[in-house]
Design a protein around this ligand. Structure first.
Ligand SMILES: N[C@@H](CCC(=O)N[C@@H](CS)C(=O)NCC(=O)O)C(=O)O
Length: 476
């Protein structure tokens, strides 16, 4: 990745220098060599090299193209860009609908970077022939081919407008930038219809951004699009937030998300800034942004966050509620549904309480105390183990083993054959459990963890955390 991200700025700088350098008999040969190098290196950065920005989980995805004519439901008459697109269907009438936000961001970046590289090539070719009077056959690069390719990349940026227009203020600002880049290219290329379209669509984006520009509070897990560099040293590691991120990957493409990382204080508590969003200042917290919301909707407490997200964006992660013919009757619920409600509460209400005690005891046992105090801390920890933890671990994990064995229809999840949001909720405590308890005695629990960890959305959430923090994800 570094090779390419670092290469382009350097190549653009060298392009500027080449263009600004006056040709003299003494530097002519050097300039010709530099021109050839630059054209080769900029050309070498084309799409295949830049596709590194597309996450591996999304490489098999093909975004669908939608238009106002064929997909009127995908266009909203409250969104400025959609109003513009409906009124001005030419020259861009089809837009990409992406299945995953990281895929969309990756594709957009590829087109943006390719357009920048192509514009630099065009600038070089133009300067070499018109200012430096190099012979036209000095390079094998075909001007028409590069122009066509750049035109296509600029058009692809415009076709991403629908995706970004439905999202947050930050995404709107990014879209504005994309449209202005495409607009600049079309203007210099002389494609006036496309230039005008970009200019007017960018204006619609600017108006939407102004309308939505409310102060967005920083959150540990804001839902919305954010394409910002994250400060180094901030981390999400060792936090319940991972399961929310996992769920957000299951909510795609109905909602896109980004995460903001906060660093724990030395004593492991959350930083004070988090209290500005929710008085308890605990993680996770999410802020939902939507065109109809005057200000972001802030939610705290994992269970509430999960239930809210499922209700609006992931009803497929909730089991069927009623047995046939028993609708809305007392006791008419399916076993899957009853388990779902139970585990949604059991995770934080019961199991986490036990595990937090276990984690605390581990801290006492491993506390950096002088050697003569060690026997005391070990004694305290040992008493907790013997009188409370060992027995309760066996009871709770034995219970889960039995529950998995009797899961409806022989399913491998806690509420039957399908993954539900209750499993997402339970994932954090069972993963913490794996660090404290010898789970080999509970093979079904181990298999359950293994199945969850193999899920593509689960893996995508871990990849996202690791990419953001630059470290391996660890549960505690
Ligand atoms: N039951 C809450 C627990 C929230 C919680 O305690 N979160 C931890 C991170 S996993 C935290 O913020 N710890 C820092 C602190 O307590 O200051 C939930 O599930 O959201």
């Amino acid at each position: 990745m570094d090779v390419f991200t670092h290469a382009l700025p350097g190549l653009l700088e060298r392009t500027d220098l080449f263009v600004a350098t006056q040709e003299t008999p003494s530097n002519k040969e050097g300039l010709e060599q530099e021109l050839s190098n630059l054209l080769q290196q900029l050309g070498g950065l084309q799409q295949s090299q830049f596709t590194i920005f597309i996450p591996s989980s999304a490489t098999n995805l093909t975004p669908t193209l939608i238009s106002v004519e064929d997909h009127p439901d995908s266009f909203d008459d409250q969104i400025e860009e959609h109003i513009f697109i409906a009124q001005q269907p030419k020259p861009f009438s089809q837009f990409y609908k992406f299945a995953q936000a990281p895929h969309a961001f990756g594709c957009t970046l590829v087109h943006l970077l390719c357009l920048m590289a192509d514009c630099a090539i065009l600038q070089l070719l133009h300067n070499a022939s018109s200012t430096k009077h190099f012979p036209p056959n000095i390079t094998p690069v075909n001007l028409i081919d590069v122009e066509r390719r750049a035109f296509w990349h600029a058009g692809e940026l415009c076709r991403c407008a629908h995706f970004y227009s439905q999202r947050s203020v930050t995404a709107g600002k990014f879209l504005y930038l994309l449209l202005r880049c495409a607009e600049n290219f079309f203007e210099s290329y002389g494609a006036m219809e496309e230039w005008k379209w970009c200019r007017d669509c960018a204006d619609a984006t600017r108006r939407r951004v102004e309308r939505l520009s409310v102060k967005t509070p920083p959150t540990i897990c804001p839902v919305g699009d954010l394409i910002e560099g994250l400060p180094k040293g901030f981390r999400l590691n060792r936090s319940r937030s991972q399961r929310i991120l996992w769920l957000l990957h299951h909510c795609a493409p109905k909602i896109t998300h980004s995460i903001k990382l906060y660093q724990r204080a030395a004593n492991q508590t959350a930083p004070e800034e988090l209290k500005k969003i929710h008085p308890l200042g605990k993680s996770p917290q999410i802020a939902i942004e939507a065109p109809n919301l005057q200000k972001p909707l802030v939610l705290a407490e994992s269970g509430t966050i999960i239930e809210y997200l499922v209700e609006h964006f992931a009803t497929h992660l909730r089991p069927k509620r009623w047995r046939e013919g028993q609708e809305r009757r007392l006791g008419g619920e399916t076993e899957e549904w009853m388990r779902y409600g139970y585990y949604m509460h059991f995770a934080e209400g019961s199991l986490m309480g036990l595990l937090l005690t276990g984690l605390l005891v581990e801290q006492i046992r491993n506390a950096p105390v002088p050697f003569f105090v060690k026997p005391v801390t070990r004694l305290i920890a040992g008493r907790f183990d013997n009188e409370f933890l060992i027995e309760n671990y066996a009871m709770y994990f034995g219970f889960l083993e039995g529950e998995l064995e009797s899961s409806p229809d022989g399913g491998e999840f806690l509420c039957g054959t399908e993954l539900t949001a209750a499993d997402v909720m339970m994932s954090f405590p069972v993963l913490v459990g794996r660090t404290l308890v010898d789970l080999t005695k509970y093979p079904r629990v181990l298999a359950y963890i293994d199945t969850m960890e193999k899920g593509s959305e689960y893996k995508a959430s871990i990849d996202e955390i690791e990419a953001k923090t630059g470290e391996k994800y660890e549960v505690v």
